[in-house]
Design a protein around this ligand. Structure first.
Ligand code: GDP
Ligand code: MN
Length: 397
């Protein structure tokens, strides 16, 4: 789960990390009062979306010469005016895709004087199973570009979880970032704060780009991107409260409400399967027969009829879906429950595309009878490859 920059900065602040003062604005009328609480002479107005590259991004239907999602202003009224212009509009950056993202919140921040822009990130290094620091003197630009053009300018190392963060880690980063004097001490302290935050809150990613040296020579976090391990959110109510559902895929959001393991994909065949392993195998075999899965969906072990109905509705609401494959191996999950869910969902939302059903295991005969008696136009399949072949044929002819 990702959070907004302003939320990440509040977390950073609570761990003692240096960030600017700011105010969040969701309605244009609030902008002037909010900006008025901050000191100038520069106010930075920043669109809050879960995507980077806002500064270089463009608003849909932008006026000629109009700036992107990060704007420097020189008065409270100018800041309020720019905030008003951003709210409700769609911002397109290289990370949002061409559709862009709608700006529902704008952050107004006290402007900083910048001497240097640096790059810093913490992430989970899956190769070493450790938390790694990544830093570079080339801040303010995409780290992917730096990695491609000048890989020598990136320092990366992981931290041994037994010792945890040690001051020498911070000094190593300070040296790589060519910091001097008081900045070295600030760096050692800041890296410790970031590591602590990362571990305590079960982060997946924490990126400060840019980390700046201010015009008076201090370190400051000017931007912040933070992602958390969704599997650990149950023990972080404070983080879960920061979730912005408007940033999520509506189908995935609906699925999470029903505790379904659902991930939207690009293909044309909707899949309803029980068990992650069988779901993967089903996706593989669809590909083998020449089509692409439209989703990963594991309805889980003890799914109810309501849950199955909801899962089926989510699949059919995807307009890319040209056919549906239900593949259930009834163990804990009973085939008749799946059948009842499918029939109930079709009665509610109709069925515009071919449907292949393969049932096996507990109560399979009962399940098949429910589907046969329903009058639904279902293509029955006997095994996995038969099912995949039939649905691909039904879709592609
Ligand atoms: P991003 O484009 O989404 O990564 O947003 P950032 O928060 O990183 O801002 C983009 C760029 O705007 C930064 O790299 C800075 O160059 C500039 N910027 C942001 N805040 C300030 C500020 O307070 N003062 C100045 N002078 N520039 C800023
Ligand atoms: Mn940035």
């Amino acid at each position: 789960m990702n959070i907004h920059e302003y939320q990440a900065k509040a977390l950073l602040r609570s761990y003692g990390a240096p960030v600017s003062d700011g105010q969040i604005v969701t309605r244009a009328e609030e902008a002037k009062t909010a900006a008025g609480k901050l000191d100038g002479p520069v106010w930075v107005v920043k669109a809050q979306i879960h995507a980077g590259g806002r500064g270089k991004g463009r608003f849909a239907e932008a006026e000629a010469g109009e700036k992107g999602g990060v704007r420097l202003t020189r008065s409270v009224s100018e800041a309020a005016e720019e905030a008003r212009k951003m709210l409700g509009r769609t911002l397109v950056t290289h990370q949002t895709g061409p559709a862009g993202k709608q700006v529902g919140r704008v952050y107004i921040e006290e402007g900083s004087g910048i001497a240097r822009e640096l790059y810093l990130a913490l992430l989970v290094d899956r190769q070493t199973s450790r938390v790694a620091f990544v830093c570079s003197t080339e801040g303010g630009m995409d780290i992917e570009e730096v990695a491609a053009a000048t890989p020598g300018k990136i320092l990366s190392f992981s931290v041994d979880p037994v010792t945890g963060y040690q001051p020498y880690h911070g000094r190593r980063i300070a040296f790589a970032l060519e910091l001097e004097g008081q900045q070295v001490k600030q760096c050692v302290r800041l890296m410790g704060q970031l590591y602590k935050l990362f571990m305590e809150k079960d982060c997946e990613m924490l990126e400060i780009n840019p980390l700046i040296v201010t015009d008076v020579g201090d370190l400051k976090c000017l931007d912040a991107k933070m992602g958390f391990d969704s599997n650990a959110l149950y023990r972080h109510e404070d983080i879960l409260a920061l979730r912005d559902e408007s940033e999520e895929d509506p189908k995935e959001l609906q699925a999470s409400r029903y505790d379904l393991n659902y991930i939207a994909l690009e293909g044309e065949i909707g899949c309803m399967v029980n068990g992650a392993g069988l779901a993967m195998a089903t996706m593989d075999i669809i590909k083998l027969y020449g089509a692409e899965p439209a989703n990963f969906l594991d309805v889980g072990g003890g799914a109810t009829k309501e849950k199955v109905t909801e899962a089926f509705k989510i699949i059919t609401s995807d307009e890319n879906v040209k056919g549906i494959l239900v593949n259930i191996f009834g163990g804990i999950m009973r085939c008749d429950v799946i059948a009842e869910g499918v029939v109930a969902a079709v009665k509610e939302v109709g069925l515009q595309v071919p449907l292949v059903v393969r049932l096996e295991g507990t109560n399979v005969e009962k399940g098949k009878a429910i589907i046969n008696d329903s009058g639904l136009n279902v293509i029955a399949a006997d095994n996995l490859s038969d099912a995949a072949e039939k649905i691909v044929k039904a879709v592609k002819g």
